[in-house]
Design a protein around this ligand. Sequence first.
Ligand code: PEP
Ligand code: MG
Length: 604
Amino acid sequence: MPPGSARMVLDGIGVTPGIAIGKAHRVDRDRISRVYYHLLSPLQKREEIERFEAAVSKAEFDLREIRSKIVGDFPEHVYILDAHLHILQDQMLYNETIRIIEEQGINAEWALRQALENAQRLFAKIDDEYIRGRFSDVDYVAAQVLSNLTGRNAQSVAGIKERVIIVAHDLSPADTMQLQVEKTLGFVTDMGGKTSHTAIITRSLDIPAVVGLENVTQAVNSGELMVVDGTVGRVIIDPDEELLNYYHERQFQLERYRKELARSAKLPAETEDGFSIKIEANIEFLEEVVAVIDNGAEGIGLYRTEYLYLNSEYPPDEETLFWNYREVAEIIYPEMVTIRTLDIGADKFSAKMGPCGETNPALGLRAIRLCLQENELFRTQLRAILRVSGITRNVQIMFPMISGVGELRAAKAILTEVMESLAQEGTKFDQSLHVGIMIEVPSAVAVADLLAREVDFFSIGTNDLVQYTLAIDRVNKQVAHLYEPLHPAILRMVKQASDAGRKAGIPVSLCGEMAGEPLYIPILLGFELDSLSMNALAVPRVKQIIRNANLEESKACLDEVLQFSTASQINEYLRELTWRRFREDFELFENKLGTLSSTHGDLS
Ligand code: PEP
Ligand code: MG
């Protein structure tokens, strides 16, 4: 436990690792909760709608201004601003506000607030964490319109004069883009989650950040000294000298470790005894590709393509998909990108698409099953991927949730038909493009030898493999403690699938969250996989651990743990092993922080 105490300690979600120490700067945004209510006379309604429309037009003009300034420097952020422009005109806010003004005869500010609350209720019902997190975009857009309605200007982060830690209820991606990196030491917000756009952008700017603190804006005053520990997701307000010294030392050590990691991030992941494994990254969005390269990943092992579909009311058209995939492929070139076909369904579906009302959606019309039923949806995506492959030649296709050979053949038959129709039109595609599958359903493991004969590669998806093997819903908090990637059944399944792939002479990758977990690296190496694909930020540390590891030792270690009966035994074994063998790479990340004493109690 660290020494000393502080006025307050808050725990949230660390989204960008690192420590920032400095003065707080609160950015107060016009909150939608501070609006007044008044009734309109029937004659005033038209005028009020026009006032609302003018506020929306001004917000649109402002967003376009920001957009035009960032093209070139931050092309990946244009997409986010486009999403905001889209939200401005979306029925959920625009039509709904007008409807409320018309039907209830109330002022635009109050009608907007009601429309936003309705939207919030809809978002709250969504299981998918990413989509739920998109509410912050709607909230931001509403706040822009509101400040135009009230004439009170939201504070800008652009004019900050000294080096500070920004404290905000939520910062929009547009705000974040205007941050002056050199003036921003750190960044904390009430709102947000790991996958919020703001989190994504802070990661790309590499500013220590903690989000989801719920009430940090109420807890801290501008000018107060604070510490942001983005590595463990903790915020310390007004620490005493002893605690401050502790954090200065921790900051120094983390920085030194990161610098060392950054220097070696581009080195190959090769063990002491010469075993090489490719380290790739998983992405959900185009804007993550730059971080993939910066962190030394050697390609994109999994592009989860569903987010383009989930973000819009209707499935994106072929051209939208084509340009998105092309940009990803061109940025990552000459490395490869593995584009996974649509894995919508289960916990990932939108109102207009995908199965609704299923009793067991995770066991329902999901992923490849849905694509085989919704043929046009599938063909459109395949055409877009194939067209890109003809231009960039660094693309491979992966089918999710394959449960057996029959399903694989059905998917491949459609792929062949799409290829034939492109050939007939004279549209180029990569004729030798590799086609692989995710191994994430237990039946696929059981018939991995049969599947391996008919594909070019395997990628083991442990997130779902754990869910389906252990019968643990991966999004159900009640059973989260039973979600055990180190369960002996999972390790045996990974072994069976990787052995089958190796025997058939095809490359085998592992792309579930397990791949980026440093603690698991010693045994993952023992499977002799061809690649691991993970969150880009995890890449430098995983590579470093691999360089300090030894294949023969890992194989022996895997053999040993395969004899163990429980996940906790394996976990304990790995903790002891990593502490003994890789102490330097684990010491700083140990959660030694415990509960810090805080003179005003812990708000979290
Ligand atoms: C997996 O299931 O392990 C996987 C990588 O896919 P997703 O998390 O997208 O289901
Ligand atoms: Mg999966």
